[in-house]
Design a protein around this ligand. Sequence first.
Ligand code: ZN
Ligand code: FE
Ligand code: FE
Ligand code: ZN
Length: 265
Amino acid sequence: MPADYHTHTPLCRHAEGEPEAFIEAAVKAGLTEYGISDHAPQIPEPFDDWRMTEAELPEYFRWIERARAHAAGRIPVRAGLECDWLAGCEPWIARLASRYDWDYLIGSVHYLGDWDFDNPKWLGRWAASDVDAVWTHYWETYAKMADSGIFDILAHPDLVKKFAHVPAGDLDRFYEPVIDAIAAAGSVIEINSAGWHKPCGEAYPTPRFLELACSAGVGLVISSDAHAPGEVARDFPRAISIAKAAGYRETVLFEKRQRRTEPLI
Ligand code: ZN
Ligand code: FE
Ligand code: FE
Ligand code: ZN
């Protein structure tokens, strides 16, 4: 089994479970490595209600240390953050990057302007939106995040489909420019298996995006985005099979923001 680097902790206020339980789940699943990447603090605070505050960072570091102590000798535990890409966020991300000896930083687009479009609270806003326009805005934003080159891993590439809002026609027009940007920046993408459990009913990204990304030489990790111990490594065999079908033969491992690869098995 590959590593699972995209997982959460209760500090984000919408996840549950003790570090020991997450580690037991990771060991039981046979993962090569386990990574913790909770939603990063964001300024100005309070920013929203689904992340830790900056003052809670030390508690996050203790949570990671507890996980490491419990895992000792059984599975490497990597430390990361899932950071939000927002216009002008680079200095803030640089500050977060300096706060701990991170193994990787994940970048996510959850916000289009002031709208966290993947939050079920704001489904009404989706109903009032033009899907094509939202997709255009989303992928432009994602390409800017890729261009920044400040993240090791770019999360759930087509999260914009979460509630099954998908434009008509050939979607390569959205995928191609962003894959060029990701390949140029040298960031890695993830298959995020949580999508199978959302209204879209499909992992992020869609198989076609994976195929294009693989052809462009973009590296891959496989992630559960677990918000509870029972979700660690969820659907990994299925994710591995779509990765292989797209042409992938290896996944990327991160340690202190350096990479190596392991065969995809
Ligand atoms: Zn979350
Ligand atoms: Fe996310
Ligand atoms: Fe996440
Ligand atoms: Zn996520």
